[in-house]
Design a protein around this ligand. Sequence first.
Ligand code: HPA
Length: 285
Amino acid sequence: MNQGYDKLMAAYGVFREKISFQPAVAIVLGSGLGGFAQELDVKATLPYSELDGFPTSTAPGHAGQFVYGYLGEVPVVLMQGRVHYYEGYDINDVVMPVRLMKLMGAEVLLLTNAAGGFGDGFHPGTLMMITDHIGCFVPNPLRGSNIESFGPRFPDMTNVYDSSLQQLIRDSASTEGIDLKEGIYAQLSGPSFETPAEIHMLKQAGASACGMSTVVEAIAAHHMGMRICGISCITNLAAGFSSEKLTQAEVFETANRVGEQFCRLVKRTVLEIGKTVTVSSDERR
Ligand code: HPA
């Protein structure tokens, strides 16, 4: 039995009833980065609370709704507010919104997050393209009976972050004159920030940034065959790399400060991705 399947299909039914919009690209906005929704020519919104059995985001700075609209010619669905494992939800529920966006029609997923950084030369405000990930102390969202119609029991994870999308992000940063770092993102469960010893371990393992999201979403989306890319906004130096205590306030402060640059990078990237996706004839403008 897969606990999440029936709930997911019920939510999909509500979407079909309420929204006639077929997105080609799905975007998840991280903490403090929800302002990106203003870039969209919005056509509809769907609060998670209207979807029966759907997790509602309780994290600060997360609005908790799907936003549908166009970025240029590209039909997009945004998750304005994601669901985190630390909020207490079952891991199946945490990835339900991402799975739903795939069912809605999105073939590409752009994941963003606020993260603590410890890569060489990183500072608060650095933007990092995710090249790979490490899941650490978080359950795998594919645990339980496999949903064969979604993907295989044992999915290969060699290229989760699509190399051509990575090149599009590099090119977009260069066009926009934005200094972009690259690195491996590690997800821990949170909600406590990491200890310096944990960060030391992650750095030894090759990671450059960490946070409390993204990896489980990438696993579920990759399982369903989505093409995935990701951008971390380094909002703070991770524990042990700064003499300051870590606070959520710093996360929001930095996310706000680099919001304009982040939005430009995401916008340019999505416009470029738009040239590579199939747009349903109903959503062509
Ligand atoms: N650790 C975990 N998650 C985070 C951090 C951090 O330092 N900064 C923003 N999200």
